[in-house]
Design a protein. Structure first.
Length: 477
């Protein structure tokens, strides 16, 4: 019996979107080494993708290795390619690259494509699972440590790239033909990840500034005594963000700031770093307390010292409004007013503070009472004994009364009312009476004085004789 079998063969095809060439597991393994896996994924599991060859062109940032040199190697260990399709050529490194400042070119020539001539069925069938088929494991090594906080920025060259670039071209067997496929970076040729190399937090610098300034002024400068490139420095006031500056490699100034406690946090690709110290700014203004007392005292009496406590000031100016004999001085943040007033009245004084900040005055009141006064007697009478005295008056000031009168004639008294001493009565004794009446209740020792003259009544003595004589005879006196 003959069994006939009909075989239907679908030619291998690949469209633009049928594959993904990708860099995976991009990892820094030492201070100067990067490693990654190169995968190829069949994006359409309804048809077979047969790998023929790969020409690889990639760019990376030259800044990662500075003045060093790069070498690129690969390992086929674990490769999913057929043994005769695994990479055999030595990768090349080209730098500098004309027209592409800061870029380094990595290039890998394709293998010769077996068999010769090529044909369908002779290529590696690419997986459509996961990342696809591992083509090779690559290692990029520098002779110096990678630049701190840099990134390789690895990218594929387009399939349409021209010299000095090196195009990435993927070859697939399609309908038995070795067919180049268009490669578009970011679409069907991707790099997964771009790790920060030799991640290093910002260098710690010192916060500068601080102190006191006059309230209402612009404040004081706050800064940093150094900075790094590629680093952002953020100023905080009482934990709230104020502003930020980009590092220049030199000290930084955030300009004048107002009262508060300032800190700075530096940020680079590796993270945040608190800068050392703080700047504390305080706005100040001169202050002065009310007077310790507002005294009332008698003229020519020593003043119990009046004090005012001050802050911010370094002294005082010329006092105004103090009574004669009284002065003000400043020592150790205290104004002291002392002396013996030689003038009476109500004295509202002003003492300007000097130094420090603001226009501030110490003020207060001193009341100086004048000595009591007693005017002259309204009259200096002479009157007969037992004759009512026409009232004598003395005008007074400052007194609130009188003490015991001295040397008034009997029958005569003194009284005080409404700032007037009144002397009245009927003298029962004769003579010249120089009286003294002390004022009470005010300042000083003051007496009202005057004179009252009291004349005794007239008298007639008995006859010297009681004669008897003849008419027309002379009388003996």
């Amino acid at each position: 019996m003959v069994v006939l079998m009909a075989l239907s063969i679908t030619p291998a095809r690949a469209d633009v979107d049928d594959y993904v060439l990708s860099v995976r597991n991009l990892t820094q393994t030492t201070a100067s080494t990067l490693e990654f896996d190169l995968y190829l994924l069949d994006g359409d599991n309804t048809q077979t993708f047969e790998f023929a060859a790969l020409q690889l062109g990639m760019l990376l940032n030259s800044s990662i290795y500075g003045s060093g040199t790069l070498t690129v190697t690969y390992s086929n260990t674990g490769s999913g390619l057929d043994g005769d399709q695994q990479f055999v050529n030595i990768p090349g490194v080209v730098a500098p690259l004309a027209g592409y400042d800061g870029k380094t070119l990595i290039r890998l020539m394709p293998n010769s494509i077996p068999p010769v001539p090529p044909g369908a069925g002779s290529g590696t069938v690419i997986s459509s699972m996961g990342y696809g088929t591992l083509l090779a494991h690559f290692t990029i090594e520098s002779t110096v440590s990678f630049t701190a906080n840099s990134r390789a920025g690895l990218e594929f060259c387009s399939g349409a790239a021209v010299s000095p670039l090196y195009p990435t071209i993927l070859y697939s067997y399609i309908n038995g033909d070795n067919t180049p496929l268009p490669v578009t970076p970011g679409v069907d040729a991707i790099v997964d990840g771009d790790p920060l190399l030799n991640a290093t937090l910002p260098v710690i610098f010192n916060v500068t500034g601080g102190g006191t300034y006059c309230q209402g002024d612009d404040g004081l400068p706050v800064g940093l005594d150094g900075s790094e490139l590629n680093t952002t420095y953020t100023l905080y006031r009482n934990s709230l963000e104020v502003s930020d500056l980009t590092g220049t490699g030199n000290p930084l100034s955030f300009g004048n700031q107002t009262a508060g406690i300032y800190t700075v946090i530096a940020t680079n690709e590796a993270g945040d770093q608190q800068m050392n110290g703080t700047a504390e700014l305080t706005a100040v203004i001169n202050t002065v307390t009310p007077p310790s007392s507002s005294p009332t005292l008698c003229i020519n009496t020593p003043l119990t010292a009046i004090t005012h406590a001050t802050t911010g000031a370094t002294g005082i100016g010329t006092a105004t409004g103090l009574p004669g004999g009284v002065s003000a001085s400043w020592v150790s943040n205290t104004i002291t007013i002392s002396g013996t007033p030689t003038a009476s009245g109500i004295f509202s004084y002003t003492i300007p503070l000097t130094g420090g900040c603001g226009t501030v005055n110490a003020t207060g009141t001193i009341t100086v009472t004048a000595n009591m006064t007693a005017g002259p007697a309204s009259t200096t009478p002479t009157l007969c004994i037992n004759t009512p005295l026409t009232a004598i008056t003395h005008a007074t000031t400052g007194a609130t009364g009188i003490g015991a009168a001295l040397n008034l004639p009997s029958g005569v008294t003194a009284s005080w009312a409404s700032n007037t001493i009144t002397i009245n009565g009927t003298p029962t004794a004769s003579g010249i009476f120089n009286y003294t009446i002390p004022l009470t209740g005010g300042c000083g020792t003051v007496n009202a004085t005057g004179t009252i003259t009291v004349t005794a009544n007239m008298t007639a003595g008995p006859a010297s004789t009681t004669p008897t004589l003849c008419i027309n005879t002379p009388l003996t006196a």
